[in-house]
Design a protein around this ligand. Structure first.
Ligand code: HEM
Length: 239
């Protein structure tokens, strides 16, 4: 048998699929947080966004099933992404201890970032599933008032806070690691490599901070609407 035929291409293919699903999810979440932060502009702006995703401006009527379809597709991509990532998790306590020892001895920033990504990814799998299940089964209960009601009356805000921090940190580190892995930010000279990596890391922390600020501000605004007097008076019945 020739040397060429014995090469197993599966790990490389899985690696590529993980990168691809990761990029799709990171793009999705960066759009999601921005669209949903339209509540910071006004309730009408957020309602217009909701109508847009329900296809109102294309079909002349609302089709919340589009949101269910979108949410189901995102859930499938998350399941694929997580299933491929599982193979890299330390699978026993012994492996975990070896990893901890390596991390301490190397004191390597990027190795610690990988550990943060494993932990946030683990939590996100549960938190995002709850959120997506709601979006799939109740697509018509989205809007400035319906969302605020869910956040307050159904006590979704603690879950959203945890999910927000987990997803933004996870996606930020993920994209940083992808850029390094595929060599997209390399210096032409070896001696500048370290500075390049530090610069990239600074950009990553900056972007993570911006998204966290926008996400926290939006969440506080939804909570504020959910707790307001207008809401009690039934203002929610018009958009
Ligand atoms: C197509 C799928 C999705 C739809 C339609 C959707 C829609 C929404 C909506 C309308 C809100 C406002 C609160 C509410 O109505 O309950 C929200 C909040 C949120 N979503 Fe999603 N979402 C989707 C997928 C995801 C995914 C995959 C994640 C993360 C993995 C995520 C993370 C969050 C977070 C963290 C918040 C709170 C936002 C904040 O703090 O500003 N969502 N989502």
């Amino acid at each position: 048998m020739s040397e060429k035929r014995r090469i197993n291409k599966m790990p490389a293919r899985l690696d590529f699929l993980q990168s691809l699903t990761g990029v799709i999810l990171a793009l999705f979440i960066s759009g999601h947080i921005l669209f949903e932060s339209s509540i910071l502009i006004s309730k009408d702006a957020m309602y217009t966004m909701t109508l847009f995703f329900e296809g109102y401006f294309f079909f002349g009527e609302k089709h919340p099933s589009i949101i269910s379809f979108l949410a189901s597709s995102v859930l499938i991509i998350i399941i694929i992404h997580a299933a491929i990532a599982l193979r890299k998790f330390p699978s026993s306590y012994a492996q975990y201890k070896i990893f901890r020892r390596h991390m301490k001895s190397l004191n390597h920033h990027d190795t610690s970032l990988w550990a943060v990504q494993v932990i946030t990814g683990f939590f996100m799998f549960f938190l995002a599933s709850i959120h997506l299940y709601t979006m799939i089964t109740m697509p018509s209960s989205i809007g400035p008032y319906a969302s605020s009601e869910r956040i307050i009356s159904e006590v979704m805000w603690p879950l959203y806070f945890l999910l927000l921090f987990a997803v933004v940190i996870h996606a930020g580190i993920g994209i940083y690691r992808l850029i390094l892995k595929w060599g997209l930010f390399e210096a032409s000279k070896q001696k500048y490599m370290k500075q390049r990596r530090t610069l990239l890391r600074t950009i990553m922390y900056f972007v993570i901070t911006i998204y966290l600020v926008i996400g926290v501000a939006s969440l506080i605004r939804y909570m504020n609407i959910g707790l307001s007097d207008d809401f009690e008076k039934g203002e929610r019945y018009h958009p």
